[in-house]
Write a protein that binds this ligand. Structure first.
Ligand code: RIB
Ligand code: CA
Length: 314
């Protein structure tokens, strides 16, 4: 039995972030969660920091340390997504305010200290929101970059285009300068773009299977996803909304669910029309350095089987 993989989850909860965190909670044999770091994104930092602790308490995991990070992007005004996630960011179920405290250390310093103190190549960064915290950590302490085992991120899109604009996916759009730092850093990146997540629809049948688990966390998750998906169902006319962030944790548990290739990815930061666009050289038409494993295909049934099986363990 190999030792659990050490991870830090950087997040802007968000209902789909909650699903990713719950998937990690349901997988203690494979994943050792060193801490959760919160960032401004779907909703402001005070709410993402509140929501991360609500998710921990919902799953009876008050042992998990939650660190608040950046309250705005590195070089722009914050853009949020209450129109998708609701005014709290976790609209759907009625949930108590958190009791567990936030850690006093800043998230960026927690990321730096953890990467310096854990053995090199043993910590995986899992980012579910804008890349602000990790970019700030890399800029403040470049020595940690070669110590990262892998950075697995939800963000970007290529053949699928964007969601917050025709060209840009939300996580990259909110902080394109941070994304530029990450993709230029040399850290080993696995990218879960909209091309993958739009194949993962939380259909009525899948939500029914999730509800049948019958536990409080599963019930709350179904209520979160039923709220979260209403925007995308209206927009795409699909049977259920796409589940974005759990792809990051699912990759750590069952990488064989995903298919992609090592490509060059550049970030548009200048053009007002396409700012935040991830320009993916999927066909290798340039000689630009291949800096990310970009996923494009996924076994959707296998993904939801894993999600539901692990949720049932919480
Ligand atoms: O575009 C989808 C991403 O933006 C997800 O991480 C969602 O939680 C929002 O942060
Ligand atoms: Ca997110």
């Amino acid at each position: 039995m190999t030792a659990p993989r050490k991870i830090i989850i950087d997040t802007d909860p968000g209902q789909d972030d909650a699903a990713a965190i719950m998937l990690a909670f349901g997988s203690p044999a494979e994943l050792e969660l060193l801490g959760i770091t919160t960032v401004a994104g779907n909703v402001p930092l005070t709410l993402t920091s509140r929501n991360a602790r609500i998710i921990c308490e919902l799953c009876d995991r008050r042992d998990v340390r939650v660190f608040a990070g950046a309250d705005k992007p590195v070089a722009r005004k914050l853009v949020t997504a209450e129109h998708v996630h609701g005014k709290t960011g976790l609209d759907g179920p009625t949930l108590d305010e958190p009791v567990m405290p936030l850690q006093t250390q800043h998230a960026v310093d927690f990321i730096i200290d953890t990467l310096r103190s854990e053995a090199a190549g043993t910590v995986t960064l899992c980012t579910l929101g804008p890349l602000t915290n990790v970019a700030l950590a890399f800029q403040k302490a470049p020595d940690i970059i070669p110590r990262v085992a892998e950075l697995v991120m939800m963000g970007g899109g290529f053949f699928e285009g964007g969601n917050i604009t025709p060209a840009a996916e939300f996580n990259i759009y909110v902080d394109p300068e941070a994304a530029e730092v990450i993709f230029g850093s040399g850290v080993p990146i696995v990218m879960m773009p909209l091309d993958v997540t739009h194949r993962l629809l939380a259909s009525k049948d899948r939500l029914r299977r999730m509800a049948a688990i019958g536990t409080a966390p599963a019930k709350a998750m179904v209520e979160m996803l039923e709220f979260f998906e209403r925007f995308d169902v209206e927009k795409y006319g699909s049977d259920g909304g796409p589940l974005h962030d759990p792809t990051v944790v699912a990759y750590l548990l069952k990488p064989e669910l995903f298919q992609g290739r090592h490509c060059n990815v550049e970030i548009e930061t200048k053009s007002e029309l396409t700012v935040g666009m991830t320009v993916v050289d999927w066909w290798h038409v340039t000689s630009r350095k291949r800096n990310a494993t970009v996923m494009r295909f996924v076994d959707a049934d296998g993904f939801f089987d894993l999600l539901i099986e692990r949720f049932a363990r919480i």
